[in-house]
Design a protein around this ligand. Structure first.
Ligand code: GSH
Length: 675
């Protein structure tokens, strides 16, 4: 979350009036950036992570774990530490930065300054994450903990789930039956987003997750905790008029989705073409990593039949009208739009010849005027389509003070639309007046309970990004198959029970790079440089032109174990590719062993010898002595779960089915780990 603009938000009716102005000037702003920076080259590999936390207050007497709504106070404290440091200290240590997020119980942290492409920086990420958590912990009350958990199990359940208690009756922005107004960050952006999504859609959002049917779950399941007959807001009858489906967990507010926590990673590429190649390369990886990091099986106090947040967040910001959703013929709106603003990527954008037109096989809705304008300005077809697709959306929050901007100096209107398109990947142009280059943000992963796991996933994706660019890996397959993978990724236990479409041959010309096996902690002799490789041009198109074989023969269904750990002779697995890439670097035995400790977690999660957080949480609930096998997660079970997660994070509770035996709660020291 970047800087939050302050000002007076327009009403939804006034926002609609200026939507074309915002879009048109947003495009002008983008074109200024494009003209100035399209040839920017040689930017360093820099990267960073964003971790979202929920602050939970434990009440040991009543055995209740509640979301602490002290975000503003906590952030003010955390900022004052930075302000009070002498400038020498500030220069000497890169202090992490804490930011607000949607929930009034949420914090987001970033490393303060980006990591470089060195191996030592790659391996500093866990320490940095731990430092951030420690800093946050230090500024909480003794009974509060900073939890990295994707969804809070009892958000929106009956009883008290926030500290202090607020009644949902006054949810003036969301009109929710379950979440009070005070769940939302008080900065005007967030209540305005919430209210304008509801107003634009002309109803509350409606999210229905299938319930997990346990032995005693009533069939059909009609949720007794929904206040079916409440009559405060005009939308209250929606639940009984069909918005709440039987056999499902119904949620009706933005907070259920944007109140979730995730792990995001941003990479600077050395130029715009590499950023586009990296973006495309990571598109098919998005769903695989969602399934592997799955961490959210409980919603509104019930075990669900899904393991991930994705569809909840997508539904929670789905501002499309009935016409746009295809429920009514188009009359007032401009487009029929297949997906929410938060969803998976719709278009590959690289001009690499290996990006065959057949891969963009889904009809893509674009604003044709914007597309023509971009084309006339000289932009290529794919990037023009990408931007014209993002810009089918309306702005949701407009501040009256900044409607008229200097388009050469500001990117506010561009960012207004761009940053409310929340997709699995985000292609990020450089901001004006800054040295920052073209970047790609990887957004699908669920946050893990420990910094060791979060670091492992950050290291994995960073090395994979380098391997994509360095080996010119080709992960292309039709976008429709990526969409199908997105849907499969979210089911209960998907990482072990599902198969996913994946490309069979990923290396140029079938020359699979293989790890020599020399990258082991006992072998210290490494060739080449210690810096990770960045810019390698994609291979030239073969003399005889593009391969013409049917696209369907290029991919097949694989298990996550195969995708990660390899299948047969020709596909080495993502981990095999990463080890082959590490072989090209000069890495000392200690570093190697630490890298191994991270990749080992991914390997074991993929082959099922370690559980995903979602499965572990589900098992914890089902084994709880108070669990009645009816899918209900009570206040007491929630409390015990949160305490257990905190103990795992601190290393005082051993969980050999979730984490490797060498996890002790301190920074993982690879010293004693052999591959
Ligand atoms: N927590 C979210 C998730 O689990 O996927 C991701 C964070 C996010 O998208 N936050 C919203 C946002 O607009 C808050 S409303 N962030 C700023 C941005 O995307 O630029």
């Amino acid at each position: 979350m970047g800087l939050l603009s302050a000002g007076t938000p327009l009403s939804w009716d006034d926002t609609k009036q200026v939507a074309n102005h915002i879009r048109s000037h947003g495009i002008t702003q983008f074109l200024h950036i494009w003209d100035r920076l399209k040839d920017k080259n040689g930017d360093e590999l820099l990267w960073g992570d964003e971790i979202e936390y929920m602050v939970v207050a434990l009440d040991n007497e009543t055995k209740n774990a509640k979301l602490s709504l002290r975000q503003t106070e906590i952030l003010t404290k955390l900022r004052s530490i930075v302000d009070n440091l002498s400038s020498e200290t500030k220069d000497a240590i890169a202090l992490p930065t804490f930011h607000p997020e949607y929930g009034r119980y949420m914090l987001e942290s970033t490393p303060g300054s980006p990591f470089t492409g060195s191996i030592s920086d790659l391996l500093a990420v866990e320490k940095n994450m731990r430092y951030r958590r420690t800093l946050a912990r230090k500024h909480l009350k003794p009974n509060e903990i900073p939890l990295t958990l994707t969804s809070f199990p009892r958000l929106g359940s009956p009883g008290q789930f926030t500290e202090p208690y607020y009644n949902p009756c006054d949810a003036v922005s969301s009109h929710s039956l379950f979440l009070p107004e005070q769940i939302t960050n008080p900065h005007v952006r967030f209540p305005t987003l919430t209210a304008n999504i509801r107003r634009r859609r002309e109803s509350k959002v409606a999210i229905n997750l299938p319930i997990f049917f346990d032995e005693e779950t009533p069939r059909p399941f009609i949720d007794p905790t929904i206040p079916w007959d409440r009559s405060i807001y005009s939308e209250d009858p929606e639940a009984k008029n069909g918005a709440a489906l039987p056999d499902h967990i119904y949620m009706d507010a933005m907070g259920f989705g944007m109140g979730c926590c995730c792990l995001q990673l941003t990479y600077q590429a050395c130029n715009v073409n590499d950023a586009r190649r990296l973006y495309d390369g990571l598109i098919p990886i998005g769903p695989i990593m969602l399934a592997l990091t799955a961490g959210s099986p409980i919603w509104r106090g019930y075990l669900s039949d899904v393991d991930c947040r994705w569809n909840v967040v997508a539904g929670s910001v789905d501002d499309r009208t009935e016409e746009e959703r295809g429920l009514k013929p188009l009359e007032h709106d401009r487009f029929r739009i297949p997906k929410s603003r938060y969803d998976s990527v719709d278009l590959y954008i690289s001009e690499d010849w290996r990006n065959r037109p057949e891969y963009n096989d889904q009809p893509i809705v674009i604003d044709h005027c914007i597309y023509s304008r971009l084309r006339q300005h000289g932009l290529d077809d794919l990037l023009s389509k990408h931007i014209a697709h993002l810009f089918i959306r309306d702005p949701l929050v407009v501040f009256s003070e900044i409607i008229n901007q200097n388009d050469k100096e500001s990117n506010d209107h561009f960012e207004n639309i761009q940053s409310t398109n929340w997709q699995t990947l985000r292609f990020k142009p450089p901001p004006p007046k800054s040295p920052i280059g073209w970047r790609v943000e990887f957004r699908s992963m669920e946050v893990q309970m420990t910094d060791y796991e979060n670091a492992a996933y950050a290291v994995f994706i960073t090395l994979l990004s380098r391997a994509i660019l360095s080996f010119n890996l080709n992960f292309y397959m039709p976008i429709s198959k990526v969409d199908e993978n997105m849907s499969r990724a979210q089911g209960r236990g998907a990482s072990q029970s599902e198969k996913f479409y994946f490309r069979k041959e990923v290396c140029p010309g079938g020359n699979t790079p293989k790890s020599s096996g020399s990258s082991s902690p006992v072998d210290g002799s490494r060739p080449k440089d210690r810096k990770m490789r960045n810019c390698f041009p994609p291979p030239e198109m073969p003399q005889n032109g593009m391969p013409k074989g049917p696209v369907e023969e290029e991919y097949e269904e694989m298990t996550i174990n195969e995708i990660m750990n390899g299948k047969g002779e020709s596909y080495p697995g993502l981990l095999g590719l990463i080890w082959a890439y590490i072989d090209t670097l000069d890495v000392n035995p200690q570093e190697l062993s630490k890298i191994h400790s991270y990749l080992d977690l991914i390997r074991r999660r993929a082959n099922g010898s370690l559980l995903t957080p979602a499965t572990w949480i589900r098992n914890f609930v089902r084994a709880h002595p108070a669990y009645a096998h009816d899918s209900v997660v009570t206040q007491e079970m929630n409390y015990d779960l949160i305490v257990a997660i905190d103990e795992i994070e601190r290393g005082v509770r051993s969980v050999p089915d979730l984490l490797p035996e060498y996890y002790t709660g301190g920074e993982v020291d690879g010293g004693s780990i052999s591959p």
